[in-house]
Write a protein that binds this ligand. Structure first.
Ligand SMILES: NC(=O)c1ccc[n+]([C@@H]2O[C@H](COP(=O)([O-])OP(=O)(O)OC[C@H]3O[C@@H](n4cnc5c(N)ncnc54)[C@H](O)[C@@H]3O)[C@@H](O)[C@H]2O)c1
Length: 320
């Protein structure tokens, strides 16, 4: 059934892929973005699509539109960007959530929140299941993002309890792919850009800390499947790739796949950097019949190609 769908943060990395996917599924898409970290460039392939509309708007202000579904993705996601103006980051998460929930209440729309694995903080349980409450520093440099997203989750569940609204919360773990910004300090794009430029690859700490990386196509599939669940399904649901990798392993793979001569250099670990992160995706498998399909080699090949790496340099995989 054709729906009118609002994607906030639709000009960003994940949002632009989500807009493309929803248009492909035959929906009308309204993208709302203030271009804080997103760009029109990300929307180039769909800008002229007859079912696509773009509004420059900050979700900290109310929005009056008629829609059937809302994906609330507006919020800078990389530490460099969310720490640049931390008060604005918290406002975007908290006031933005209130405005989107208010819009959903008025229109009867189903609303999905792009939450994050950061709500688990530096976790004491591993892998993280949805019933783990997290260990977050409330006053650190990452807190504007972590606590903002935690408060947004609270608001989603309070609106649900008070107004019985159809809503969903996805806890997204590290996702990578084309359209990540080269300057945003996220580890995958950092390593790739450094490797392609022949610059030293910077590892913070000793490189034994782990992350799990999900390719963007897999993540978008998970979001769409979660939105399609019945009204009794609220989540939170972890969406991410449980395959875990140390930063040293990732750096080695990127060097190998780009054919780079870059050396690895080690720098001090930033404050509150979590030691390990891996989603338990049992719930997503059960509820959504979803699990990541894209291997790190295939996902990295596509990402390296996006950043200008020659697919010929990519050992053993096709960048298609
Ligand atoms: N990419 C990941 O690994 C990841 C992991 C966990 C959660 N998430 C969440 O997914 C969402 C999208 O992340 P992303 O990686 O695409 O980040 P991104 O920074 O590329 O995209 C965020 C988008 O939101 C827009 N935006 C920011 N503040 C806004 C505001 N006040 N009003 C309107 N638009 C605003 C930005 O301009 C940008 O287009 C975010 O909410 C993020 O917290 C992402």
């Amino acid at each position: 059934m054709k729906r009118r769908i609002l994607v906030t943060g639709g000009a960003g990395f994940l949002g632009s892929f989500l807009c493309e996917r929803l248009l492909k599924d035959g929906h009308e898409v309204l993208c709302v973005d203030n271009f804080y970290t997103g760009s029109r460039d990300n929307l180039r392939s769909i800008a002229a699509h007859p079912n696509f509309e773009l509004i420059r708007h900050d979700v900290c202000f109310p929005l009056y539109v008629e829609i059937d579904q809302i994906y609330n993705l507006a919020c800078p996601a990389s530490p460099i960007h969310y720490q640049h103006d931390p008060v604005q980051t918290t406002k975007t998460s908290v006031v933005g959530a209130i405005n989107m929930l208010g819009l959903a209440k008025r229109t009867g729309a189903r609303v999905l929140q792009a939450s994050t694995s950061e709500i688990y903080g530096d976790p004491e349980v591993h892998p993280q299941t949805e019933d783990y409450w997290g260990r977050v520093n409330p006053i650190g440099r990452r807190s504007c993002y972590d606590e903002g997203k935690r408060c947004a989750e609270t608001l989603f569940f309070d609106y649900r309890r008070q107004h019985n609204m159809p809503m969903k919360v996805a806890r997204i773990f590290n996702t990578y792919g084309p359209r990540m910004r080269p300057d945003d300090g996220r580890v995958v794009s950092n390593f790739i850009v450094q490797a392609l430029n022949g610059d030293p690859i910077t590892i913070y700490g000793d490189g034994s800390q782990t992350r799990s990386f999900c390719y963007v196509d897999d993540l978008i599939e998970g979001l769409v499947k979660l939105m399609a669940t019945s009204d009794d399904v609220t989540g939170p649901v972890n969406l991410g790739n449980p395959a875990e990798m140390t930063m040293r392993e990732l750096a080695g793979l990127v060097i190998q796949m780009t054919g780079s001569k870059s050396e690895i250099v080690y720098k001090p670990l930033p404050s509150d950097d979590p030691r390990q992160r891996r989603p338990d995706i049992t719930l997503a498998k059960q509820l959504l019949d979803w699990e990541p399909q894209v291997t790190p080699r295939v996902g990295l090949a596509k990402t390296i190609a996006y950043f200008g790496g020659k697919p010929a340099n990519v050992v053993g995989v096709s960048a298609a």
